[in-house]
Design a protein around this ligand. Structure first.
Ligand SMILES: Cc1cc2nc3c(=O)[nH]c(=O)nc-3n(C[C@H](O)[C@H](O)[C@H](O)COP(=O)(O)OP(=O)(O)OC[C@H]3O[C@@H](n4cnc5c(N)ncnc54)[C@H](O)[C@@H]3O)c2cc1C
Length: 163
């Protein structure tokens, strides 16, 4: 199939890799510019906490070691409630932890991996403005697809058009 994925975030890039490995041709359409070669947001951004579910997905595409190379284990959280402070562990022991990774680094690792898979094309700077059936429209281009996937995050344009 020809697949168009809207959004090159974590979900869009992960799915692109997996679909392309199954033999589909995938165009990933992203409204932002290519973040590679930039240092990411100036302000400290909140890192992503990888659970076993996220780690399994990364393991499956061979990116887990790279993703965890600069991670910090998070064993639990502190909850402040009515003047009391309680510690809630994330797991039964020290092996059941979340791994904090820098969002920008994970995005870039996924983009590099997606780009290295034949049949994946990344289109940066293309904001999707509308859908007509399985045609995906940006300001200056129309993508035709057998399947369209909305991976454009919160306030999804794809979802709005489906409604
Ligand atoms: C402060 C904060 C902390 C979080 N911490 C965690 C955490 O620790 N662990 C966790 O699992 N989740 C966390 N989340 C949720 C996390 O952000 C999402 O799980 C994850 O980013 C979802 O990835 P995604 O690819 O679906 O969407 P996104 O990362 O939002 O990517 C969507 C992409 O679509 C693009 N896009 C949007 N509209 C268009 C359009 N019209 N045309 C083209 N492209 C478009 C965007 O530019 C973006 O690149 C956190 C969220 C926030 C806000």
């Amino acid at each position: 199939m020809n697949v168009v994925i809207v959004g090159a975030g974590m979900a869009g890039t992960m799915l692109a890799i997996r679909l392309a490995r199954r033999g589909h041709r995938v165009d990933v359409v992203e409204r932002r510019g290519d973040p590679r070669g930039t240092n990411g947001p100036d302000a400290a951004s909140i890192s992503v906490g990888l659970s076993e579910r996220g780690r399994a997905a990364l393991r499956d595409i061979g990116l887990l070691d790279e993703a965890l190379a600069h991670s910090v284990p998070m064993r639990g959280r502190i909850v402040h409630h009515s003047g009391r402070v309680t510690y809630q562990p994330y797991g039964a022991d020290d092996t059941e932890v979340l791994h904090a990774v820098r969002r920008h680094d994970l995005n870039i690792a996924l983009l590099d991996a997606a780009e290295s898979v034949p049949r994946v094309r990344l289109w940066f700077g293309h904001r999707v403005t509308g859908l007509a059936g399985t045609e995906v429209r940006t300001q200056d281009r129309t993508f035709s697809a057998d399947l369209v996937v909305g991976a454009d995050g919160a306030y999804s344009t794809v979802r709005t058009h489906l409604h």
